[in-house]
Design a protein around this ligand. Sequence first.
Ligand code: SF4
Length: 424
Amino acid sequence: MSLIASAKRGIITDEMKSVASQEGVTEEFIRMGIAGGHIVIPVSPYRTVNFCGIGEGLRTKVNASIGTSTDIVDIEMEVEKARQAERAGADTLMELSTGGDLVEIRRRVIAATSLSVGSVPLYQAFIEAARKDGAVVHMREDDLFRITAEQARAGTNFMAIHTGINYETLKRLKNQGRHGGLVSRGGAFMTAWMLHNEKENPLYTEFDYLLEIMKEHEVTLSMGNGMRAGAVHDATDRAQVQELLINAELADKAHAAGVQTMVEGPGHIPIDEIEANVILQKRVTNRKPFYMLGPLVTDIAPGYDDRVAAIGAALSSSYGADFICYVTPSEHLALPTAQEVFEGVISSRIAAHVGDMVKLRKRDADLEMGHARRDLDWERQFAVAINPERARAIRKERMPADTDTCTMCGDYCALKIVNRYFKF
Ligand code: SF4
């Protein structure tokens, strides 16, 4: 029985118990969230994972996307990225390879992690068509659904599916135009296929068949955001909103069919439009879990886009986004290294925590850090730090003569001076 079916019948499963205990909420809260479509737990009948609850009332989760490209194909590096993402505290991984042996890379990555793994099956379908028949536009619809089922059987827990790109969405895109073009690979593949073949998106027309596959293999559906803005000047435009409306309707249908569903969101958004995007998305999707991609709040800081996205992600989370996709420092420049994956996850975890301080009033760790700093208790500070290793290494590298303090103020440590006179 699917998680939604269990939840609707009032049955509390092991997955629900596990997430309730991690989050410090009641098992009934999780059951009701799944039954109502406000919480998902990506599972798979084909592999055991660390259960991760995503949705309303839960800690904001962080996804790390990894994968090869046509230029850089190194399976060992991708496996190392998976390890670094997990070490940095990512909650999920997405395996998005587009170069090399796509099936083998996914198999190795899935074997290397205990996290839930997501995929975008249409990448493989389009790339296989390009390799076999010379262009992505020769993708055959049957292959798309076959590959979706194969990836599910390989242990994929959730899949980004580009259902919301249809003729209506493309009409809006064409009429409005774009400053930053179309940056979603899935969106670009599907758009090219539809225009070349003069056919509607099969993921839209055959949505019921897609749901049968998702249901049979218990895959969580993540409604893709192929029309996301790739420049802040395109944020919240008609094409993006049109796709969201279609995805929202299909997400209701998916939930009613017993398929756990979340809905992805943009992209590049200036700060003053983030709140509106979160409210709009939550409202029209009937509070489905919101998977926010970034968002990047400015376009002019290549090399630092993990920080740019962290600003957007912190705000998104504070307004109610449930799941954020990390961005690495090499975004828009190159395929990330394993070290950059680690840094991207840390930046996103900081953002998620900052958002949760508002959304969930989760401030216990900050209180503990305040007390540990006041008391010059360095071990307690490291214990509560998001990245203890880095904090410890920086301090060790520049140790002061007086080990109570640090080399920032040394003998004039404000905390030490005042602690002589006050017992806070
Ligand atoms: S030396 Fe300065 S920066 Fe370092 S712990 Fe004391 S007050 Fe803080």
